[in-house]
Write a protein that binds this ligand. Structure first.
Ligand code: ARG
Ligand code: ZN
Length: 891
């Protein structure tokens, strides 16, 4: 039976400017226990030819009940307007400017979608991006309608002592019946997606920041009383981001107040509402005993990200949602640079690239593949993707690679000079970068419109006779029949793109070869080659001996690169001598990938994992040659999703067994080194937790080593892990010890440790998320039953997105149980999608992502996964969100 067809499909090519503008809006929120009344008074301006009188359409949604419509103070006769669930149409608005008043009623306490106005833990809050404002009142809910907002909030004083909105507080007072109010005025024009309101019983911690021009800004973080002691790190991160943006981009904060509010129920990470950022509490609250190094790093990055949006997103915003990467790609780039400056730059780069290759490349290779500027969508919420965000950030990095840091900054300056206060497009950004540098950057434009990951292959040739070294690049994979880029949905053919290849050449003695291109000048020891054609060669002169090339340094472009004929010796040479730390790590990573693929292929042939006794010799070398912060990475095995790119119809369980085998081999062969790593990097008794690059690197290596040792299944190791678990003085060590115990099979110790952990942290929902995820992701066969049971546990709340992400996405990460041959894991996730779709469409559609890669697996699994997608598709009353992803997957 066909299911609910998508209501509307938006397309980039259909963009037209709005026929009306909203100059200013006065909002009055009368917050109530069950019903909230919203009175909106808009000053509307015509934005069309004087001879025309187009209808005015205001977006709405079925949960918003229209109570009154007035034009210039007079109630509008019913025949002059039309209300549907999608919106309100004024058939013949007055000519010229006019005032439009709309009153609506809402039920925030029943809103489980967590879009628009909703309650979380009894407090009111909003989420309007992308299209949530229409869930509050009828409005022109599109980012190119930028208005000035004045917001009055009235609520019960006892229940909601704190009442916040965007901008400056300009009034407050008492109201009847034990109620009170505040009035906020935002002096900056903004699209409605940046509107925010918070009301409730919240505690606050305050600090100040003095800007470069000497203005003092009050910084406030609001949480529930219980959590207020955990905001110091977020506050420090905020101050550091404010300073960094001044120093690196010359960007100063523009109001006297900056608020952050932490809420437990939040679909995404955080939201950059003007001067009132709202955060998922897991990205604000942290103390060493409750948060891991990873949590601290994410908090710093996301606090920075949302703050940086004040300029890249708020002061200059998007014309339409197809341009989302204009603000997100750029702001992710900015937060990555910020984190790199605050911590170890090479470590951050490796982490970002791993994430991109493990997850975004997979998205590029699947049914949802889309350009960083998508061309159409059914639900915009489905396009807050790794492609738009992470690949978008890599595309920004391409400008930097091509223009250099100084040229990039010039482009940014011109971008703000031209577009402050406007809603613009990715083309405007490209034009500012090009004009500021007098460069033709049109070759970068294709990165915005082509989906998929380009494949770049390189062949090298050394001529001892004339001492030249030639690099031949092909934007194609092997075989002449193959396209430049594999096709993606809707894009059967692809054109070459500009690929900046940062590179150097290493002499046989490990020294750097001075670079001189034929007919060109000396370039020093590093150059950025601009590969723009399907086939292109670069000839270096004066190369005394055959070098080893170090290509795509720092991962200078988001491509799959193959270096033809690259030997293990070449890789070990790079590992030992490359001056680019990313490429040194990459050399080891490539060796590990080769090894795992070879093991997998052998296991597939012989039906026996490791049967031929292939060991981890290369990896053992890697471990010996890598130092410092990289040692933990050097022994991290590549993600399955990265390996599957070259394994057609992969058997995920066999791949998992290969990983387990290799882990045990490495643990056995490196045991003395791993034990030494644990001893050398252990914290001294009484040592204070510090979130510094050096301390994090030590904990990372120690815990990685413990994880390996756990794989040995040695009772002595289990005993040690138990001891470490009980004595841990920070969450990083505590949760890692627990995970290692699980890895070690745990024996009888594991259930008791899990129970102990639960009892210790019963009052801390954020810590319990880790407890849920750890159990959900267990590879003990048959764990699906335990996960179903956890759904009834008091630690789990199906209406809380974090709970769902921990339990369900945690489960989907277990190869053994999600991919169980009997289909039980798939069936469970199918159940989950259908159950969640009745509660929260955005969360449900994120769960479908577990199925979208089904074509990468063997035939039996493909059939089982497809059957679940079909079952979802055949369900009556599906949300547009889930429909979009499921229908595209089944195509
Ligand atoms: N702009 C926010 C950020 O990246 C994300 C908002 C996502 N909201 C959504 N409904 N998809 O910081
Ligand atoms: Zn963002």
């Amino acid at each position: 039976m066909p299911t609910s067809p998508p209501t509307l499909r938006a397309a980039l090519q259909d963009y037209t400017p709005p026929p009306y503008l909203i100059d200013s809006v006065h909002l009055n929120f009368l917050l109530g226990d069950t019903v909230t009344r919203v009175e909106s008074c808009m000053q509307v301006l015509p934005n069309h030819a004087a001879s025309e009188r187009p209808p005015l359409f205001l977006h709405g949604c079925e949960d918003v009940k229209l109570v009154a419509v007035k034009v210039n103070g007079e109630s509008l006769p019913v025949e002059q307007y039309e209300v549907e669930s999608s919106g309100l149409t004024l058939k013949t608005p007055p000519a010229g400017a006019f005032e439009l008043e709309v009153h609506t009623d809402l039920h925030p306490d029943q809103n489980t979608s967590l879009e628009g106005l909703y309650t979380s833990g009894g407090n009111f809050c909003t989420q309007c991006e992308a299209e949530g404002f229409r869930g509050i009142t009828f409005f022109m809910d599109r980012p190119d309608v930028m208005a000035k907002y004045t917001t009055r909030i009235e609520a019960d004083k006892a229940a909601c002592p704190v009442l916040l909105s965007n901008g400056n507080l300009v009034g407050s007072g008492e109201a009847e019946g034990g109620r009170h109010f505040t009035v906020w005025e935002d002096p900056f024009r903004k699209p409605c997606y940046l509107f925010a309101l918070v009301a409730g019983d919240l505690c606050m911690k305050e600090d100040t920041f003095t800007t470069c021009s000497g203005r003092s800004v009050a910084l406030r973080i609001f949480t529930r009383a219980h959590d207020i002691g955990r905001v110091d790190f977020a506050m420090q991160s905020l101050k550091r981001s404010m300073k960094w943006d001044e120093e690196v981009f010359g960007l100063e904060y523009d109001l006297d107040l900056f608020n952050i509010v932490a809420v437990d129920d939040f679909n995404m990470g955080a939201m950059e509402n003007k001067s009132l950022n709202i955060f998922n509490s897991r990205l604000v609250l942290a103390t060493p005993d409750t948060a891991t190094d990873g949590d601290f790093g994410r908090i710093e990055g996301v606090v920075g990200h949302e703050y940086f949006h004040n300029w890249t997103g708020n002061r200059v915003t998007c014309r339409d949602w197809f341009q989302l990467t204009l603000k997100e790609g750029l702001t992710v780039y900015r937060d990555q640079e910020f984190s790199a400056d605050m911590n170890s730059r090479p470590v951050r780069r490796v982490e970002d690239v791993c994430r991109l290759r493990a997850a975004q490349f997979q998205e590029d290779n699947g049914p949802m593949a889309h350009p960083i500027r998508p061309e159409s969508y059914i639900k915009m919420d489905n396009f807050y993707t790794l492609t738009v965000y992470e690949k978008g950030a890599e595309v920004i990095r391409l400008y930097e690679a091509v223009l250099g840091k100084a040229g990039f900054r010039k482009g940014m300056d011109l971008y703000f000079q031209r577009h402050d206060g406007q809603a613009v497009t990715c083309d405007d950004f490209l034009a500012a970068m090009a004009d500021a540098n007098g460069e033709d950057l049109s070759a970068l434009a294709k990165w915005y419109s082509q989906a998929g990951t380009p494949r770049l292959s390189v062949a090298a040739e050394y001529s001892p006779a004339d001492k030249t070294y030639t690099l031949r690049f092909k934007q194609a994979s092997c075989g002449a029949r193959r396209l430049l880029l594999p096709p993606t949905p809707g894009q059967p053919t692809k054109d070459p793109v500009l690929i900046p290849v940062r590179m150097g050449l290493l002499a046989p003695d490990g020294g750097e070869v001075p670079l001189k291109l034929r007919g060109g000048e000396m370039l020093g020891s590093e150059a950025v080659l601009r590969v723009t054609k399907a086939e292109q060669e670069f000839v270096f002169e004066g190369v005394e001996q055959a070098p080893v090339p170090s290509l795509l340094r720092g991962f200078s472009a988001p491509v799959h690169m193959t270096v033809e004929g690259q030997s293990d010796e070449d890789l070990l040479h790079l590992l030992a001598h490359d001056t680019d730390s990313f490429n040194r790590w990459e050399a080891g990573h490539v060796l590990a990938k080769k090894l795992m693929r070879a093991l997998y292929a052998a296991a597939k042939d012989s039906n026996e994992v490791g049967g031929r006794g292939l060991g981890g010799t290369g990896m053992v070398c890697v471990y010996a040659r890598v130092d410092g912060a990289f040692k933990a990475f050097a022994i991290s095995l590549p993600e399955n999703s990265e390996l599957m790119d070259k394994i057609p119809e992969a058997d995920p369980i066999l791949l998992h067994e290969v990983r387990e085998f290799l882990t045990r081999q490495l643990a056995a062969r490196l045991r003395p080194e791993l034990e030494a790593a644990v001893a050398e990097n252990d914290s001294a008794p009484g040592e204070q937790y510090e979130f510094t690059a050096a301390a994090c690197a030590r904990r990372a290596l120690k815990n990685k080593a413990l994880g390996y040792l756990a794989a040995l299944g040695d009772p002595g190791v289990t005993e040690q892990l138990l001891h470490r678990f009980r004595g841990a003085t920070n969450m990083t060590d505590e949760i890692n010890a627990l995970a290692a115990l699980d890895r070690a099979g745990g024996g009888s110790a594991l259930p008791a440790a899990l129970t102990g952990f639960y009892q210790k942290w019963e009052q801390e929902p954020l810590v319990l998320l880790k407890w849920l995820a750890l159990q959900a992701g267990s590879n003990v066969a048959g764990n699906v039953a335990a996960v179903r049971r956890l759904m009834a546990h008091p630690a789990f709340h199906i209406t809380n997105p974090n709970s769902c992400y921990s339990l369900f996405l945690g489960f989907a990460r277990s190869p053994v149980n999600f991919h169980a041959a009997d289909g039980s894991g798939y069936e469970f996730m199918g159940d989950v999608v259908l159950q969640l779709d009745k509660i929260n469409h955005q969360v449900a559609s994120r769960m479908v992502s577990a199925f979208t890669t089904f074509k990468n697996y063997d035939q039996q699994r493909q059939a089982l996964m497809r059957a679940q997608l079909q079952r979802i598709m055949d369900t009556e009353g599906l949300s547009d969100n889930v429909f979009e992803i499921v229908s595209k997957s089944l195509k």
